[in-house]
Write a protein that binds this ligand. Structure first.
Ligand SMILES: NC(=O)c1ccc[n+]([C@@H]2O[C@H](COP(=O)([O-])OP(=O)(O)OC[C@H]3O[C@@H](n4cnc5c(N)ncnc54)[C@H](O)[C@@H]3O)[C@@H](O)[C@H]2O)c1
Length: 336
């Protein structure tokens, strides 16, 4: 295998830290960037770097990608073969009064990284999109060829805008782009704003999990290792394409489960009940997500394979480790 230079943005984040570790283990040179944003606990981000990346000799440079000059300089100096842009304001629940965070981090920072990569003739530019682009598209598997996409949230709209900007910028240049539509990613070192993380924290800490709606919303949960394996394979496949090529690919398991099923599973496995507090409906929630993974299978010869029970139990095991379990509550409190 040829060792390549990968620039990973959002490297102190959940997916970015796992991906940087995988790329480094495969023998690649990795430069991680992150601004350690306070959307949720920056100390969790620093701990990921210390526990997952430092032992591999990796560090994460602190930079705000909304600054074009700094972004341009870093990409020029490192001169990567591949940029994997994961930095973003995630989640759909940030209040409208703070929606500028989506614009700043998902549009301005995105464009800075994309433009700098194109100026530097970086061959491969992959970026995180989301199942949120599909909005409420019914109860069938969502396909990349759907032409009637209508995001429901500002978050989903900014991700969809990324997908429109990338091919327009890359057309006629040396750079190929690929948008990765992730479907509800979970696992150890995950994001404390997400339901599975909060459920595990409630079970371990004795607090109540706030359940919004009737719990019948379904998500195509995807284990983080399945995601990083697919990203690596999709980046290899992209590198074989012609200059200026652009597309988007779903990365999900194609096997949705409801919030009630997730609660039931954790309750059964831990033999703990009565940790749920019923709340009203959240209007930004999509009712159903399910990835059509035909394209992923064709391009990368892989589909996510970790089933929800195994993945949740691996996450639960991580959450009970000394040095983690006592910090969970603070991390959950730090996020909305
Ligand atoms: N986790 C999921 O279920 C999921 C699903 C769909 C899409 N995604 C997308 O995947 C990507 C990674 O998600 P994640 O779950 O790891 O989120 P995360 O919040 O853990 O990671 C994102 C990182 O980006 C950094 N960041 C934000 N703005 C920045 C800026 N201006 N400059 C530099 N760094 C900045 C944050 O500090 C954070 O560490 C995001 O683009 C997200 O929208 C995630």
């Amino acid at each position: 295998m040829i060792a390549l230079r990968f620039l990973v943005t959002g490297a102190a984040g959940f997916i970015g830290s796992h991906l940087s570790a995988r790329l480094s283990t495969l023998g690649h040179q990795v430069l991680g960037l992150d601004n350690f944003d306070a959307y949720y606990s920056p100390s969790l981000k620093h701990l990921r770097v210390r526990e997952l990346l430092t032992p591999l000799g990796l560090s994460v440079e602190q930079i705000d990608l909304a600054n074009l000059d700094l972004t341009r300089e870093l990409i020029k100096d490192f001169n990567p073969e591949t940029v994997i842009h994961l930095a973003a304001q995630p989640g759909v629940r940030t209040p409208m009064s703070q929606s500028y965070k989506y614009i700043r981090n998902n549009l301005v920072a995105f464009t800075n990284v994309l433009q700098s990569s194109i100026e530097q003739a970086v061959p491969n530019f992959l970026y995180a999109s989301s199942s949120s682009v599909y909005g409420n598209a019914g109860t069938r598997a969502y396909s990349e060829s759907d032409s009637s996409i209508r995001p429901l949230s500002v978050y989903g709209a900014t991700k969809f805008a990324n997908e429109i900007l990338a091919p327009t910028y890359a057309m006629g240049t040396q750079t190929k782009t690929r948008g990765l539509r992730f479907f509800t990613v979970y696992g150890p070192w995950g994001r404390p704003d997400m339901a599975y993380f909060r459920i595990i924290n409630s079970v371990l800490g004795g607090s109540k999990f706030n359940k919004f709606g009737n719990g019948e919303i379904k998500r195509d949960f995807t284990y983080v290792d399945d995601i990083t394996v697919a990203i690596v394979k999709l980046s290899e496949e992209l590198s074989k394409r012609e200059s200026g090529f652009s597309d988007v690919v779903n990365i999900g398991g194609g096997d949705p489960h409801s919030l009630n099923e997730l609660i039931g599973l954790i309750s059964r496995e831990t033999e703990i009940e009565s940790f749920v507090a019923q709340k009203g409906q959240n209007l930004n929630d999509i009712n159903f997500t399910c990835a059509d993974v035909t394209k992923l299978r064709m391009l990368a010869d892989c589909v996510p394979s970790v089933d929800l029970k195994d993945g949740v139990m691996m996450t639960f095991k991580w959450a009970t480790e000394p040095g983690i379990v006592e910090l969970l509550d603070g991390w959950v409190e730090s996020s909305i």
